[in-house]
Write a new protein. Structure first.
Ligand SMILES: Nc1ncnc2c1ncn2[C@@H]1O[C@H](COP(=O)(O)OP(=O)(O)OP(=O)(O)O)[C@@H](O)[C@H]1O
Ligand SMILES: Nc1ncnc2c1ncn2[C@@H]1O[C@H](COP(=O)(O)OP(=O)(O)OP(=O)(O)O)[C@@H](O)[C@H]1O
Ligand code: SF4
Ligand SMILES: [Mg+2]
Ligand SMILES: [Mg+2]
Lengths: 338, 336, 302
């Protein structure tokens, strides 16, 4: 599997809050092929940010690894010393945190903040740093003359571009972007996604794009990883997952999204809410909300099984997927699931 | 089709809401700084807006962040006063409403807020929050419990009794937004403004709130304004859409027509920018220049001219007026 | 007081406990609890002053041999803290002093908290000319030096402990008013206030049922600071000789001791106890306010 830049296997991350243990990520398994954009989707609290942060090993104090492995270019990140991991950050793996555009330091100019990475981390001298900063601004589509501006002089979209420029600073192989377009207007969102896509193609980057919006995934991602309640429930090529989903949660998510192109159909909510991660139910985590749940679903733990070429799904009823898909398209199926 | 719609516009008796050349300018910055610059900085949040709403109509107010949607909604509910122009509710000027007239308006015009966690007093139980509009409207105590139960039924909160004694932080976002809707509907209003009611909610519960909104609107014959920056959502709930840019209306017409055939250059870009949840979609560059609209310092003439790919010299000089094209109104010099 | 609450229906009791809970008295802060205990002790002393005092504090006492009982040391002739140079019982003065101290402290605190809260609420909520007028008045109050003002006031009016209360009510509302106003300004922009307006609530109803409960702890904080201030001010005024000679207060005792040269003759038993009492009450006020600050501005914690 040398064509994968990253392989995550059975990743488990737990937060300890008082005596409670929140199993935020519980057995997440997925691959990131080299030079592709992978969308990590799921509803709020399903553990997307936790996975993203785990990959950089920059985590909240309360968080702890409980197992699994994260092979980056064949090296297990969990086995690295903190010093070695620190060498990887920015140079090999860059992270754009959730609401990065609001976390730029308001008292320093953008150039200063870029320099911090370029000089401190990249070991460049001032001249090289300046040249690189200008190049980066060009790449993300901001006039390099504005390098001396303060963050508040930029619009939200421009600040998000700055965050991308920061991530690109040291030519990483993998960029992990946590909700990079969530708070932005559609036009700006589109422009940012286009920038990201073209950079990825030009530089041969691999990107993990965390989002809750499957339209964004459909627009830019080659592959999609769907998470539910701390687990990966389905992953595969975007096109196949969205057109031929194998997991009922993916089917439900698709039904819940308004679509500007389709003729008008009724949107269908998924009733209920995700389980409490400090005390998750046995069996399939989606079972309490799943219209297709059967008795074994609440006892037997489904594992990811191959359902197509590079397409996996964790549902006990994957064999009946064709039939479930037809039922899932009907609104009544989803009413009164609980 | 055009004639049918033309008729619908002309033959209506009196609109529920008539907005006449409304402007809302906020002075920003400290008075001292303003005095030093000898001129106060003004944000033109709304700058000359006209539209009417007919009974039973639901209209989407669409536009990007900061274009003035919330400001418009607040003025419609008399939470803010316009700097210029007037708003008529069934022919009565909101500016002159006071005392009993205002109280009557409060019972008939309601708002559903963006953030349900903020819209209810955290120190009040759900029952206390639901009781507030009823006691203000002098509904007899004996009747109130019944009204609350009915309103909770209306928003499909299963087994309302279990929620009444809870505090807002003890409920989920979707449940709370239902409570906020129930509270808005409890006095049986005729006009409702919903300001991005699902943007704070999780994807899987959004659809439920949207469906509920459509259902109560149809059952109660509400006249509604649905504020959003998401055209796909607006299309789902409104038959008519008003597109705003920098405090002005750029296009106003039937939603389906706007989605299928946007006319104004801004609407064109907006429609093209909306991603759809399937892989087959256009990746063509957007027909608009990058740039950030600045309400403190809008361009002269047409507000879009610095970003518009079609701008010509007239656009810098003259503000485009509404041009009627079929059922639509477009504010652009390309069309007059 | 306790009889009052228990006599009512449990419903009323519930209402009262809920109101009380809204004050958010910081019972988990050791300093605040110490402060509250000090207050409680002084309040009990003041209430039971008649029982606790051994003599009339202003009575000039004679021994059985009709000699003036002046300048007695603690313990002599059964006077717990001795007597003054005029033959008055220091212990009883101290006990009765707590009455005037608390009377002044609590009324002044009440006035400051009530006036400041009302000003802050009106100014912050309504804005406009009400705000301008009230805030200019506060500016003026900020410009007046407090102690000289009280002295001038006492010189114009009859000497009385109420001068202090009156002066505090006239001036010290400014701090409370300002702080509460700024708090109201932020509360006013909360969405649920708009929601209440749309639900048809009148301005008064919004102010009292949605805004006031949130600022009650702040009023209480400033009230507890004002208690200390008032007692300190009264002591200063009395010490400077502008006090009311008919009312026993700790400040009056200090002044009396000072005028009788107790400091130079080693009469520490005369001036130390009232001094300690003043310090205790003032410190108690600050302890409580410290506890409140941690609730109101939790950032102070780290
Ligand atoms: N620092 C923390 N301490 C304790 N629990 C946490 C912490 N951070 C996250 N959690 C919990 O872990 C779970 C996963 O959180 P995470 O932030 O990864 O979700 P997410 O998918 O990124 O959600 P969102 O879309 O809201 O950003 C949630 O249940 C959350 O409450
Ligand atoms: N009270 C105020 N004082 C000063 N400026 C204001 C005030 N309220 C709004 N504005 C400004 O008016 C403009 C319009 O704001 P408004 O909140 O109506 O936008 P919006 O379309 O609702 O945006 P969003 O989608 O972000 O909610 C913005 O530039 C905003 O900064
Ligand atoms: S008026 Fe001119 S600038 Fe404005 S949208 Fe039309 S063509 Fe573009
Ligand atoms: Mg997240
Ligand atoms: Mg808004």
């Amino acid at each position: 599997m040398s064509d994968n830049i990253l392989c995550v296997k059975g990743l488990k991350v737990t937060y300890s809050v008082g005596t409670a243990r929140i199993r935020a990520v519980d057995d997440a398994t997925f691959d990131i092929p080299k030079g592709s954009i992978v969308g990590l989707v799921g509803e709020s609290g399903c553990g997307k940010t936790t996975v993203a942060r785990a990959l950089t090993r920059v985590m909240a104090k309360a968080a702890g690894f409980e197992g699994g492995e994260m092979l980056f270019d064949g090296v297990d990140l969990l086995g690295l010393s903190e010093a070695d991991m620190n060498k990887l950050r920015w140079r090999d793996i860059a992270f754009i945190p959730q609401s990065a555009m609001n976390s730029l330091d308001p008292v320093y100019t953008i150039e200063k903040q870029l320099n911090e990475v370029l000089i401190q981390r990249g070991g460049m001298n001032r001249r090289e740093a300046r040249a690189r900063a200008e190049e980066l601004f060009d790449m993300v589509g901001i006039d390099p003359r504005r390098l001396g501006d303060y963050p508040h002089q930029f619009s939200g979209g421009m600040r998000q571009r700055v965050a991308i420029a920061l991530a690109l600073a040291l030519n990483p192989k993998l960029i992990i972007a946590d909700e990079p377009v969530t708070a932005l207007d559609v036009i700006v969102q589109r422009q940012i996604l286009d920038t990201l896509k073209s950079l990825q193609e030009r530089l041969g980057l691999s990107v993990i794009l965390v989002t809750h919006d499957i339209s964004v995934v459909a627009y830019v991602c080659d592959r999609i990883v769907v998470m539910y309640a701390g687990r990966v429930v389905e992953s595969g090529d975007t096109e196949t997952v969205l057109t031929q989903p194998f997991h009922p949660y993916t089917m439900g998510l698709y039904n819940a999204f308004p679509d500007l192109q389709s003729s008008e159909g009724l949107l269908t909510p998924i009733e209920g809410h995700p389980p409490d991660l400090s005390d998750p139910p046995d069996g399939c985590r989606f079972a309490p909300r799943c219209p297709f749940a059967q008795t074994p679903c609440s006892t037997q733990n489904p594992t990811l099984v191959e359902v197509g070429s590079r397409h996996v799904s964790a549902c006990l009823r994957v064999d009946e997927a064709q039939q479930l898909r037809e039922q899932a398209a009907q609104t009544q199926t989803w009413m009164g699931a609980i | 089709m055009t004639s049918a719609q033309g008729k619908a516009v002309t033959s209506t008796p009196s609109p529920v809401i008539a907005v006449e050349d409304i402007r809302k300018h906020f002075a920003v910055g400290s008075p001292i700084a303003a005095a030093m610059r000898r001129k106060s900085v003004v944000v033109k949040a709304i700058d000359g807006v006209n539209f009417t709403l007919n009974k039973g109509e639901s209209v989407g107010l669409l536009g990007e962040s900061g274009c003035g949607k919330t400001t418009m909604g607040r003025m419609l509910l008399k939470l803010d006063e316009p700097s210029e122009g007037r708003i008529l509710f069934e022919g009565d000027d909101l500016a002159t409403m006071q005392g009993p007239a205002l109280r009557a308006y409060r019972a008939r015009a309601q708002m559903i807020f963006q953030n349900p966690f903020e819209a209810l007093n955290p120190r009040f139980t759900i029952a206390q929050s639901m009781d507030e509009p009823l006691s203000n409207a002098n509904i007899a105590k004996a009747e109130r419990a019944d009204r609350i139960r009915k309103a909770m039924d209306l928003v499909h909160l299963p087994d309302p009794a279990q929620f009444l004694e809870r505090y807002p932080h003890q409920m989920s976002g979707g449940q709370l937004q239902r409570v906020v809707m129930a509270r808005a509907l409890i006095l049986e209003p005729t006009f409702v403004v919903a300001d991005e009611p699902v943007s704070m909610l999780d994807v899987s519960v959004r659809a439920g709130i949207l469906n509920l909104f459509r259902e109560v609107r149809d059952n109660m014959g509400l006249t509604a304004i649905y504020i959003s920056h998401d055209l796909a959502l607006v299309r789902y709930v409104c038959e008519r859409t008003i597109v705003m840019y920098l405090g002005c209306i750029v296009e106003d017409g039937p939603t389906e027509e706007i989605v299928k055939n946007p006319m104004h250059p801004y609407t064109k870009a907006l429609v093209a920018a909306v991603p759809v949840p399937h892989p087959a979609q256009s990746h063509a560059p957007l027909p608009i220049k990058a740039g950030a609209p600045d309400a403190r310092n809008p361009p002269s003439g047409c507000r879009l001219r610095d970003r518009c790919p079609h701008a010509f010299d007239r656009c810098a000089i003259e503000e485009p007026k509404a041009t009627r094209i079929g059922a639509r109104k477009v504010h652009c010099h390309l069309f007059d | 007081m306790p009889e009052l609450t228990t006599a009512r229906k449990p419903h009323a009791l519930h209402w009262l406990t809920r109101r009380f809970a809204r004050l958010q008295i910081p019972l988990d802060d050791p300093f605040a609890v110490t402060g509250l205990i000090i207050y409680a002790v002084f309040i009990l002393v003041a209430i039971f002053a008649n029982q606790l005092a051994t003599h009339d504090p202003l009575e000039i006492l004679y021994s059985e041999t009709y000699e003036l009982s002046s300048n007695l040391r603690p313990g002599e002739d059964g006077f717990i803290l001795g007597t003054t140079s005029l033959g008055r019982d220091i212990y009883s003065q101290l006990i009765y002093g707590s009455r005037s101290a608390l009377l002044i402290g609590i009324t002044a605190a009440f006035m400051v908290a009530v006036i400041g809260t009302i000003v802050g609420l009106l100014s912050g909520y309504f804005g406009g000319w009400i705000d301008i007028v009230l805030m200019r008045a506060a500016d003026i109050a900020f410009g007046i030096p407090f102690l000289p003002f009280v002295i001038v006031l006492s010189a114009f009016l009859e000497p009385s402990i109420w001068n202090v209360v009156f002066a505090m009510a006239l001036i010290l509302w400014r701090d409370t008013g300002r702080v509460i106003r700024s708090q109201v300004l932020t509360l006013r922009t909360r969405t649920y206030i708009d929601a209440a307006r749309i639900a048809g609530s009148s301005d008064m109803k919004i102010v009292f049922s949605h805004i006031a409960p949130n600022i009650l702890p702040l009023s209480f904080l400033y009230g507890s600071i004002a208690i200390g201030w008032a007692i300190l001010t009264e002591a200063a005024i009395s010490f400077l000789g502008f006090g009311d000679p008919e009312t026993i207060s700790w400040g009056y005792m200090l002044q009396d001791a000072y005028a009788s040269q107790a400091l130079s003759t080693g009469g520490y038993y005369w001036f130390v106890p009232p001094g300690i009492c003043i310090i205790l009450v003032v410190v108690a006020g600050f302890f409580i306010s410290r506890g409140y600050e941690e609730i109101l501005f939790p950032k102070l914690k780290d």
